[in-house]
Write a protein of this length. Structure first.
Length: 366
Protein backbone atom coordinates (compact mmCIF):
# COMPACT_ATOMS: atom_id res chain seq x y z
CA UNK A 1 0.00 0.00 0.00
CA UNK A 2 2.58 2.52 1.09
CA UNK A 3 4.84 2.01 -1.92
CA UNK A 4 2.01 2.30 -4.43
CA UNK A 5 0.46 5.28 -2.64
CA UNK A 6 3.82 7.05 -2.84
CA UNK A 7 4.05 6.22 -6.55
CA UNK A 8 0.61 7.63 -7.25
CA UNK A 9 1.10 10.81 -5.22
CA UNK A 10 4.68 11.54 -6.35
CA UNK A 11 4.76 9.97 -9.82
CA UNK A 12 7.79 7.84 -8.99
CA UNK A 13 8.60 4.85 -6.86
CA UNK A 14 10.25 5.83 -3.57
CA UNK A 15 13.81 4.93 -2.75
CA UNK A 16 14.59 3.35 0.60
CA UNK A 17 14.82 6.61 2.54
CA UNK A 18 11.73 8.13 0.88
CA UNK A 19 9.66 5.04 1.61
CA UNK A 20 10.79 4.97 5.23
CA UNK A 21 9.96 8.67 5.65
CA UNK A 22 6.56 8.24 4.00
CA UNK A 23 5.71 5.25 6.19
CA UNK A 24 6.72 7.21 9.27
CA UNK A 25 4.41 10.06 8.27
CA UNK A 26 1.49 7.70 7.78
CA UNK A 27 2.15 6.09 11.16
CA UNK A 28 2.18 9.53 12.82
CA UNK A 29 -0.86 10.81 10.99
CA UNK A 30 -2.98 7.73 11.57
CA UNK A 31 -3.31 8.83 15.22
CA UNK A 32 -6.56 10.81 15.38
CA UNK A 33 -7.61 10.63 19.02
CA UNK A 34 -9.65 13.84 19.07
CA UNK A 35 -11.43 13.10 15.81
CA UNK A 36 -12.31 9.62 16.99
CA UNK A 37 -13.42 10.89 20.38
CA UNK A 38 -15.62 13.50 18.75
CA UNK A 39 -17.30 11.22 16.24
CA UNK A 40 -17.52 8.52 18.89
CA UNK A 41 -19.89 10.76 20.84
CA UNK A 42 -22.41 10.67 17.97
CA UNK A 43 -24.98 7.88 17.48
CA UNK A 44 -22.92 6.62 14.54
CA UNK A 45 -24.79 3.35 14.33
CA UNK A 46 -27.75 5.38 13.02
CA UNK A 47 -25.69 6.87 10.17
CA UNK A 48 -24.77 5.10 6.95
CA UNK A 49 -21.05 4.32 7.20
CA UNK A 50 -20.30 6.59 4.20
CA UNK A 51 -22.15 9.46 5.91
CA UNK A 52 -20.22 8.71 9.10
CA UNK A 53 -16.98 8.80 7.09
CA UNK A 54 -17.90 12.25 5.72
CA UNK A 55 -18.55 13.45 9.26
CA UNK A 56 -15.20 12.00 10.30
CA UNK A 57 -13.41 13.93 7.56
CA UNK A 58 -15.19 17.18 8.46
CA UNK A 59 -14.32 16.62 12.11
CA UNK A 60 -10.68 15.99 11.24
CA UNK A 61 -10.69 19.17 9.16
CA UNK A 62 -12.14 21.23 12.00
CA UNK A 63 -9.62 19.89 14.50
CA UNK A 64 -6.66 20.38 12.15
CA UNK A 65 -7.51 23.73 10.65
CA UNK A 66 -9.47 25.45 13.39
CA UNK A 67 -12.90 25.27 11.80
CA UNK A 68 -14.61 27.10 9.03
CA UNK A 69 -11.80 29.44 8.13
CA UNK A 70 -8.79 27.31 7.22
CA UNK A 71 -6.56 30.33 6.56
CA UNK A 72 -7.25 31.88 9.95
CA UNK A 73 -4.13 31.82 12.13
CA UNK A 74 -4.70 29.39 14.93
CA UNK A 75 -3.08 28.94 18.28
CA UNK A 76 -2.92 25.36 19.44
CA UNK A 77 -4.97 25.35 22.62
CA UNK A 78 -5.23 21.70 23.47
CA UNK A 79 -2.88 20.48 26.11
CA UNK A 80 -3.77 16.81 25.75
CA UNK A 81 -0.54 14.95 25.00
CA UNK A 82 -2.35 12.62 22.64
CA UNK A 83 -3.46 15.44 20.39
CA UNK A 84 0.03 16.41 19.29
CA UNK A 85 -0.01 14.26 16.18
CA UNK A 86 -3.21 15.90 15.08
CA UNK A 87 -2.06 19.48 15.26
CA UNK A 88 1.34 18.84 13.71
CA UNK A 89 4.31 16.88 14.94
CA UNK A 90 5.74 19.87 16.82
CA UNK A 91 2.44 21.26 17.99
CA UNK A 92 2.59 23.93 15.29
CA UNK A 93 -0.56 25.29 13.76
CA UNK A 94 -1.60 24.14 10.33
CA UNK A 95 -2.25 27.11 8.14
CA UNK A 96 -4.04 25.90 5.10
CA UNK A 97 -2.93 27.16 1.71
CA UNK A 98 -5.19 26.11 -1.08
CA UNK A 99 -2.77 26.61 -3.95
CA UNK A 100 -1.13 23.76 -5.79
CA UNK A 101 1.18 21.06 -4.61
CA UNK A 102 2.57 23.13 -1.77
CA UNK A 103 4.23 21.41 1.12
CA UNK A 104 1.17 22.15 3.28
CA UNK A 105 -1.15 20.57 0.76
CA UNK A 106 1.08 17.52 0.51
CA UNK A 107 1.06 17.11 4.27
CA UNK A 108 -2.71 17.36 4.32
CA UNK A 109 -2.86 14.77 1.54
CA UNK A 110 -0.73 12.42 3.68
CA UNK A 111 -2.95 13.10 6.69
CA UNK A 112 -6.05 12.22 4.68
CA UNK A 113 -4.48 9.02 3.32
CA UNK A 114 -3.54 7.97 6.84
CA UNK A 115 -6.71 9.27 8.48
CA UNK A 116 -9.41 7.59 6.40
CA UNK A 117 -8.23 4.16 7.58
CA UNK A 118 -8.42 5.18 11.24
CA UNK A 119 -11.85 6.77 10.88
CA UNK A 120 -13.26 3.83 8.89
CA UNK A 121 -11.96 1.28 11.38
CA UNK A 122 -13.47 3.29 14.25
CA UNK A 123 -16.84 3.47 12.47
CA UNK A 124 -16.78 -0.31 11.97
CA UNK A 125 -16.08 -0.85 15.69
CA UNK A 126 -18.62 1.69 16.95
CA UNK A 127 -21.30 0.14 14.74
CA UNK A 128 -20.68 -3.15 16.52
CA UNK A 129 -20.96 -1.50 19.94
CA UNK A 130 -17.20 -1.76 20.51
CA UNK A 131 -14.60 0.80 21.44
CA UNK A 132 -12.24 2.06 18.72
CA UNK A 133 -8.71 0.69 18.88
CA UNK A 134 -5.59 2.83 18.75
CA UNK A 135 -3.29 2.20 15.79
CA UNK A 136 -0.25 -0.02 16.23
CA UNK A 137 2.89 1.79 14.98
CA UNK A 138 4.63 -1.53 14.39
CA UNK A 139 2.13 -2.56 11.71
CA UNK A 140 2.03 -1.54 8.06
CA UNK A 141 -1.04 0.21 6.66
CA UNK A 142 -3.04 -2.86 5.62
CA UNK A 143 -2.25 -4.89 8.74
CA UNK A 144 -2.98 -1.95 11.02
CA UNK A 145 -6.30 -1.29 9.30
CA UNK A 146 -7.34 -4.90 9.94
CA UNK A 147 -6.03 -4.70 13.50
CA UNK A 148 -7.95 -1.49 14.27
CA UNK A 149 -11.12 -3.10 12.93
CA UNK A 150 -10.95 -6.60 14.39
CA UNK A 151 -8.75 -6.05 17.44
CA UNK A 152 -6.48 -8.88 16.35
CA UNK A 153 -3.16 -8.80 14.57
CA UNK A 154 -3.94 -10.34 11.19
CA UNK A 155 -2.32 -13.41 9.68
CA UNK A 156 0.18 -12.85 6.87
CA UNK A 157 -2.43 -14.09 4.39
CA UNK A 158 -5.11 -11.69 5.66
CA UNK A 159 -2.64 -8.81 5.59
CA UNK A 160 -1.63 -9.59 2.02
CA UNK A 161 -5.28 -9.94 0.91
CA UNK A 162 -6.05 -6.54 2.38
CA UNK A 163 -2.93 -4.99 0.89
CA UNK A 164 -3.65 -6.28 -2.63
CA UNK A 165 -7.30 -5.20 -2.48
CA UNK A 166 -6.33 -1.70 -1.34
CA UNK A 167 -3.69 -1.39 -4.07
CA UNK A 168 -6.15 -2.44 -6.78
CA UNK A 169 -8.69 0.20 -5.73
CA UNK A 170 -6.26 3.07 -5.28
CA UNK A 171 -6.76 4.97 -8.51
CA UNK A 172 -8.54 4.51 -11.80
CA UNK A 173 -8.45 7.38 -14.26
CA UNK A 174 -11.24 9.91 -14.38
CA UNK A 175 -13.78 7.86 -12.44
CA UNK A 176 -16.85 9.62 -11.01
CA UNK A 177 -15.53 10.18 -7.48
CA UNK A 178 -12.14 11.43 -8.69
CA UNK A 179 -13.91 13.82 -11.01
CA UNK A 180 -16.08 15.02 -8.10
CA UNK A 181 -13.01 15.57 -5.92
CA UNK A 182 -11.19 17.47 -8.69
CA UNK A 183 -14.23 19.61 -9.39
CA UNK A 184 -14.19 20.76 -5.77
CA UNK A 185 -10.40 21.24 -5.89
CA UNK A 186 -10.78 23.47 -8.93
CA UNK A 187 -12.75 26.00 -6.84
CA UNK A 188 -9.71 26.24 -4.53
CA UNK A 189 -11.68 24.68 -1.75
CA UNK A 190 -9.48 22.55 0.53
CA UNK A 191 -8.48 18.90 0.23
CA UNK A 192 -10.80 17.84 3.06
CA UNK A 193 -13.80 19.09 1.09
CA UNK A 194 -12.40 17.43 -2.06
CA UNK A 195 -12.29 14.11 -0.24
CA UNK A 196 -15.80 14.73 1.12
CA UNK A 197 -17.03 15.16 -2.45
CA UNK A 198 -15.25 11.97 -3.48
CA UNK A 199 -16.95 10.08 -0.63
CA UNK A 200 -20.36 11.33 -1.74
CA UNK A 201 -19.82 10.24 -5.34
CA UNK A 202 -18.28 6.90 -4.39
CA UNK A 203 -21.25 5.94 -2.22
CA UNK A 204 -23.62 5.42 -5.17
CA UNK A 205 -24.48 1.84 -6.26
CA UNK A 206 -23.28 2.48 -9.81
CA UNK A 207 -19.82 3.34 -8.44
CA UNK A 208 -18.25 2.20 -5.15
CA UNK A 209 -21.56 1.13 -3.65
CA UNK A 210 -21.62 -1.81 -6.06
CA UNK A 211 -19.35 -4.02 -3.91
CA UNK A 212 -21.92 -4.09 -1.09
CA UNK A 213 -24.78 -4.53 -3.56
CA UNK A 214 -23.02 -7.57 -5.06
CA UNK A 215 -23.01 -9.45 -1.76
CA UNK A 216 -26.68 -8.60 -1.12
CA UNK A 217 -27.48 -9.80 -4.64
CA UNK A 218 -25.63 -13.10 -4.14
CA UNK A 219 -27.43 -13.61 -0.83
CA UNK A 220 -30.74 -12.88 -2.54
CA UNK A 221 -29.99 -15.47 -5.25
CA UNK A 222 -29.33 -18.00 -2.51
CA UNK A 223 -27.23 -20.57 -4.38
CA UNK A 224 -25.83 -21.58 -7.79
CA UNK A 225 -28.93 -23.67 -8.54
CA UNK A 226 -31.10 -20.51 -8.49
CA UNK A 227 -28.91 -18.42 -10.77
CA UNK A 228 -30.57 -19.13 -14.15
CA UNK A 229 -34.08 -18.32 -12.89
CA UNK A 230 -32.91 -15.29 -10.96
CA UNK A 231 -31.05 -13.93 -13.98
CA UNK A 232 -34.05 -14.32 -16.30
CA UNK A 233 -36.30 -12.53 -13.80
CA UNK A 234 -33.75 -9.76 -13.24
CA UNK A 235 -33.45 -9.19 -17.00
CA UNK A 236 -37.24 -9.13 -17.37
CA UNK A 237 -37.38 -6.50 -14.64
CA UNK A 238 -34.56 -4.59 -16.41
CA UNK A 239 -32.39 -4.79 -13.30
CA UNK A 240 -28.68 -4.07 -13.52
CA UNK A 241 -26.56 -7.04 -12.48
CA UNK A 242 -24.30 -5.62 -9.80
CA UNK A 243 -20.56 -6.03 -10.24
CA UNK A 244 -20.82 -6.26 -14.02
CA UNK A 245 -20.22 -3.72 -16.76
CA UNK A 246 -17.93 -0.74 -16.89
CA UNK A 247 -17.86 2.58 -18.66
CA UNK A 248 -14.28 2.03 -19.85
CA UNK A 249 -13.66 -1.74 -19.84
CA UNK A 250 -15.57 -3.61 -22.47
CA UNK A 251 -13.75 -6.75 -21.45
CA UNK A 252 -12.97 -8.61 -18.20
CA UNK A 253 -11.79 -5.97 -15.69
CA UNK A 254 -8.12 -6.85 -15.04
CA UNK A 255 -8.59 -6.05 -11.35
CA UNK A 256 -11.37 -8.65 -11.13
CA UNK A 257 -8.95 -11.19 -12.61
CA UNK A 258 -6.62 -10.61 -9.66
CA UNK A 259 -9.41 -10.60 -7.07
CA UNK A 260 -11.22 -13.74 -8.23
CA UNK A 261 -8.59 -16.26 -7.06
CA UNK A 262 -8.20 -14.28 -3.84
CA UNK A 263 -11.94 -14.60 -3.23
CA UNK A 264 -11.54 -18.33 -3.74
CA UNK A 265 -8.78 -18.31 -1.14
CA UNK A 266 -11.08 -16.86 1.54
CA UNK A 267 -13.68 -19.59 0.94
CA UNK A 268 -11.37 -22.09 2.65
CA UNK A 269 -12.92 -23.07 6.01
CA UNK A 270 -15.72 -20.59 5.45
CA UNK A 271 -18.91 -22.36 4.28
CA UNK A 272 -21.00 -19.18 4.09
CA UNK A 273 -18.53 -17.52 1.70
CA UNK A 274 -18.08 -20.76 -0.25
CA UNK A 275 -21.77 -20.77 -1.10
CA UNK A 276 -21.69 -17.11 -2.13
CA UNK A 277 -18.54 -17.72 -4.17
CA UNK A 278 -20.12 -20.68 -5.99
CA UNK A 279 -23.16 -18.54 -6.72
CA UNK A 280 -20.86 -15.80 -8.03
CA UNK A 281 -19.05 -18.27 -10.32
CA UNK A 282 -22.32 -19.49 -11.79
CA UNK A 283 -23.69 -15.97 -12.23
CA UNK A 284 -20.48 -14.90 -13.96
CA UNK A 285 -20.82 -17.82 -16.37
CA UNK A 286 -24.46 -16.95 -17.18
CA UNK A 287 -23.90 -13.20 -17.52
CA UNK A 288 -20.89 -13.64 -19.81
CA UNK A 289 -22.81 -16.13 -21.94
CA UNK A 290 -25.90 -13.90 -22.20
CA UNK A 291 -24.41 -10.40 -22.18
CA UNK A 292 -20.67 -10.77 -22.85
CA UNK A 293 -20.78 -10.93 -26.63
CA UNK A 294 -23.86 -8.80 -27.12
CA UNK A 295 -23.29 -5.95 -24.66
CA UNK A 296 -19.66 -6.41 -23.62
CA UNK A 297 -20.69 -6.91 -19.99
CA UNK A 298 -18.07 -8.66 -17.83
CA UNK A 299 -17.21 -8.70 -14.10
CA UNK A 300 -15.72 -5.47 -12.75
CA UNK A 301 -13.54 -4.76 -9.71
CA UNK A 302 -16.54 -4.76 -7.36
CA UNK A 303 -17.66 -8.28 -8.22
CA UNK A 304 -15.23 -10.28 -6.07
CA UNK A 305 -13.91 -7.64 -3.64
CA UNK A 306 -16.97 -7.88 -1.35
CA UNK A 307 -16.44 -11.61 -0.85
CA UNK A 308 -12.86 -10.94 0.20
CA UNK A 309 -13.90 -8.24 2.67
CA UNK A 310 -16.64 -10.49 4.05
CA UNK A 311 -14.06 -13.24 4.46
CA UNK A 312 -11.82 -10.80 6.34
CA UNK A 313 -14.68 -10.16 8.78
CA UNK A 314 -16.18 -6.87 7.58
CA UNK A 315 -19.93 -6.15 7.54
CA UNK A 316 -21.19 -5.48 3.97
CA UNK A 317 -22.03 -1.86 4.83
CA UNK A 318 -18.30 -1.27 5.42
CA UNK A 319 -17.20 -2.40 1.93
CA UNK A 320 -17.65 0.99 0.27
CA UNK A 321 -15.82 2.87 3.06
CA UNK A 322 -12.94 0.42 2.55
CA UNK A 323 -12.94 1.39 -1.12
CA UNK A 324 -12.64 5.04 0.03
CA UNK A 325 -9.72 4.17 2.37
CA UNK A 326 -7.79 3.25 -0.76
CA UNK A 327 -9.25 5.58 -3.44
CA UNK A 328 -8.43 8.62 -1.29
CA UNK A 329 -4.88 8.24 -2.63
CA UNK A 330 -6.08 8.78 -6.21
CA UNK A 331 -8.33 11.64 -5.15
CA UNK A 332 -5.64 13.65 -3.40
CA UNK A 333 -2.94 12.85 -6.00
CA UNK A 334 -5.05 14.06 -8.89
CA UNK A 335 -6.29 17.12 -6.98
CA UNK A 336 -2.71 18.12 -6.16
CA UNK A 337 -1.67 17.63 -9.77
CA UNK A 338 -4.61 19.63 -11.08
CA UNK A 339 -4.00 22.48 -8.63
CA UNK A 340 -0.51 23.03 -10.05
CA UNK A 341 -2.15 24.65 -13.05
CA UNK A 342 -5.67 25.17 -11.83
CA UNK A 343 -8.65 26.49 -13.69
CA UNK A 344 -12.17 26.24 -12.28
CA UNK A 345 -14.28 23.49 -13.84
CA UNK A 346 -17.21 25.18 -15.50
CA UNK A 347 -18.97 23.05 -18.11
CA UNK A 348 -21.73 24.61 -20.19
CA UNK A 349 -25.13 22.97 -20.50
CA UNK A 350 -27.30 22.89 -23.59
CA UNK A 351 -30.75 24.25 -22.76
CA UNK A 352 -33.51 22.17 -24.33
CA UNK A 353 -36.62 23.51 -22.54
CA UNK A 354 -39.35 25.84 -23.79
CA UNK A 355 -38.46 29.38 -24.83
CA UNK A 356 -40.47 32.63 -24.83
CA UNK A 357 -42.34 31.93 -21.56
CA UNK A 358 -44.15 34.94 -20.11
CA UNK A 359 -44.02 35.78 -16.41
CA UNK A 360 -47.39 34.90 -14.82
CA UNK A 361 -48.26 36.71 -11.56
CA UNK A 362 -48.52 34.30 -8.61
CA UNK A 363 -52.27 34.79 -8.09
CA UNK A 364 -52.96 33.81 -11.72
CA UNK A 365 -50.95 30.58 -11.64
CA UNK A 366 -52.73 27.22 -11.51
N1 LIG B 1 -26.34 -5.37 -15.91
C1 LIG B 1 -27.18 -5.40 -16.96
N2 LIG B 1 -27.07 -4.59 -18.02
C2 LIG B 1 -26.04 -3.72 -18.01
C3 LIG B 1 -25.13 -3.64 -16.96
C4 LIG B 1 -25.32 -4.51 -15.88
N3 LIG B 1 -24.49 -4.50 -14.84
N4 LIG B 1 -24.22 -2.70 -17.24
C5 LIG B 1 -24.56 -2.17 -18.41
N5 LIG B 1 -25.66 -2.79 -18.88
C6 LIG B 1 -26.33 -2.52 -20.15
C7 LIG B 1 -26.91 -1.13 -20.16
O1 LIG B 1 -28.22 -1.13 -19.60
C8 LIG B 1 -26.92 -0.84 -21.63
O2 LIG B 1 -28.00 -1.55 -22.20
P1 LIG B 1 -28.78 -0.98 -23.47
O3 LIG B 1 -27.77 -0.94 -24.58
O4 LIG B 1 -29.87 -1.99 -23.69
O5 LIG B 1 -29.28 0.36 -23.09
C9 LIG B 1 -25.63 -1.50 -22.12
O6 LIG B 1 -25.36 -2.55 -21.18
C10 LIG B 1 -24.42 -0.64 -22.21
O7 LIG B 1 -24.16 -0.10 -20.97
P2 LIG B 1 -23.30 1.23 -20.89
O8 LIG B 1 -24.17 2.34 -21.33
O9 LIG B 1 -22.04 1.10 -21.67
O10 LIG B 1 -22.95 1.31 -19.37
P3 LIG B 1 -22.57 2.65 -18.64
O11 LIG B 1 -21.20 3.03 -19.07
O12 LIG B 1 -23.64 3.67 -18.76
O13 LIG B 1 -22.56 2.21 -17.12
C11 LIG B 1 -21.92 1.06 -15.22
C12 LIG B 1 -21.45 1.60 -16.55
C13 LIG B 1 -20.74 0.56 -14.44
C14 LIG B 1 -22.59 2.19 -14.42
C15 LIG B 1 -22.93 -0.07 -15.49
O14 LIG B 1 -22.29 -1.10 -16.17
C16 LIG B 1 -23.58 -0.59 -14.22
O15 LIG B 1 -24.57 0.01 -13.76
N6 LIG B 1 -23.07 -1.70 -13.63
C17 LIG B 1 -23.61 -2.21 -12.39
C18 LIG B 1 -23.08 -1.44 -11.20
C19 LIG B 1 -21.59 -1.72 -10.98
O16 LIG B 1 -21.17 -2.86 -10.92
N7 LIG B 1 -20.82 -0.65 -10.78
C20 LIG B 1 -19.37 -0.74 -10.51
C21 LIG B 1 -18.58 -0.15 -11.62
S1 LIG B 1 -16.83 -0.51 -11.62
C22 LIG B 1 -16.13 0.10 -10.19
C23 LIG B 1 -16.63 1.41 -9.71
O17 LIG B 1 -16.77 2.38 -10.43
O18 LIG B 1 -16.85 1.50 -8.51
Amino acid sequence: FEETAYLIIHGKLPNDAELAAFKEKLVTYRELPRTIRTIGSLPLEQYSPMAALSIGIDTMRTILTGGTSPKRPRTPVDTDADTVAEIGANGEELEYKAKGNTEDNLEIAYRLVAGLGTITAAIARIRQGRLPIEPDPELGFAANFLYMTTGQRPSKTAERLMDISLILHMDHGMNASTFAAMLVASTQSDLFHCVGAGIGALSGPLHGGANEAVVHMLEEIGGPENVEDWFRKARAEKRKIMGFGHRVYKTYDPRARVLKPLAELVTKDNPEITRLYETALKLEEVVIKELGQEKKIFPNVDYYSGLIYKGLGFEPCMFTPIFAVSRVVGWVARCLEYLENNRIFRPRAVYSGPVGNEYIPLEERE
